[in-house]
Design a protein around this ligand. Structure first.
Ligand code: NAP
Length: 315
């Protein structure tokens, strides 16, 4: 009998690590295609998770690496673009790569394909280059002739290794007064455990074929509420200063030159569209209160970290 092999692109990141752990419980083999096979040590203890170092932007190498897959999951995504035409640009990492993956899957007769997009992705109306390139990638997926695709559109995702609450917690620690751009931007943070559950379940669920699934948490917040929540949870007494729109733009332009680009003009543009699911929010979804205090809370520590990992493992 042939093995159930799930191949992931972008599987070594925050969502990919959680997804690999979940998939490893349900499928025979999980293959992670990566540019840096030496990273992601935490996944190495799983005997059915394997790393393959390859250049996924090279169509030949990509096709070779996807051979034998029962399903392919594409999680590759970047928040900041480096240049216009490279594989590190929004177009290269989102749209061009997706086109190649779809072509390779069709050539190899791989039918099942899961694609990670983002809420508000739209090739024409997306408010930022990030959202427009995610929208173009979705068109590439839907243009597939033989593919059984499912597209996921999450709001901001939280979990122990996230770059949202952790980043704000780190910034709040070093700044006594916090100047916040786009304080009224709305989002509905969704727990990484809920995201990977939805993706894992969809692989074998024919009802999700050719569907776009929005993923939101149980509540909507403004960015200011989330930053104030982060400060309170981390036990920090901080004043958050709301920046007016013109100053938010200026801050975004200036931060582009800060090492690591903590905020960019394109990020500012993404925040102009609320990342919420309207009536599709699931009241069953995990709340920020159930998990965030375990990794940025004042009482964080070995027990809290175990609690957070148990939440992810659903134990
Ligand atoms: N985190 C969120 O809040 C959030 C919200 C909405 C949507 N999403 C989407 O969810 C997906 C996963 O997000 P994440 O937070 O897990 O991201 P992440 O931690 O930054 O991981 C991104 C992964 O993509 C790969 N990658 C990055 N740039 C690449 C490039 N130029 N070429 C090839 N591979 C590249 C990396 O793989 P290697 O370095 O191993 O090669 C890495 O494993 C992304 O598509 C993102 O847009 C995330």
């Amino acid at each position: 009998m042939s093995k159930n092999r799930i191949t992931l692109l972008g599987g070594t990141g925050f969502v990919g690590t959680a997804l690999s752990c979940r998939l490893a419980q349900h499928f025979d083999e999980v293959i992670l295609l990566t540019r840096h096979a030496q990273r992601s040590r935490s996944l190495r203890i799983l005997s059915n998770v394997h790393f393959v170092q390859t250049n996924i932007h090279d169509p030949k190498q990509l096709e070779e690496a996807l051979k034998g897959s029962s399903a392919v999951v594409n999680l590759v995504g970047i928040l900041n673009s480096a240049g216009k035409d490279s594989k590190h640009s929004f177009t290269g990492a989102h749209a061009d790569l997706t086109k190649n993956v779809v072509q390779a899957c069709e050539k190899l007769n791989i039918k099942r394909y899961l694609h990670m997009s983002a809420l508000n992705a739209d090739a024409d109306k997306g408010s930022s280059e990030y959202l427009r390139s995610k929208g173009v990638a979705e068109i590439m997926v839907k243009n597939g002739k033989t593919l059984n695709w499912t597209i996921f559109q999450p709001s901001v995702i939280f979990g122990e290794e996230d770059s949202f609450f952790n980043r704000f917690a780190a910034l709040l620690t070093s700044l006594p007064v916090f100047p916040l751009a786009c304080p009224d931007a709305k989002m509905a943070p969704v727990y990484v455990g809920d995201v990977v559950d939805a993706m894992t379940a969809s692989i074998k669920n024919p009802d999700t074929i050719n569907q776009t699934i929005k993923l939101c948490g149980p509540a909507e917040y403004t960015l200011q509420e989330l930053v104030e929540y982060t400060a309170k949870t981390a036990g920090l007494n901080r004043k958050v200063i709301r920046l007016p729109d013109a100053v938010s733009r200026l801050q975004a332009r200036v931060m582009e030159f800060v090492p690591g680009k903590p905020f960019s003009y394109d990020n500012y543009l993404s925040l102009q569209t609320d990342a919420v699911c309207s009536d599709e929010c699931s009241s069953q979804a995990t709340s920020i209160d159930a998990v965030v205090p375990t990794y940025i809370g004042v009482s964080k520590g070995i027990n809290a970290r175990h609690q957070s990992r148990r939440a992810l493992a659903r134990r």
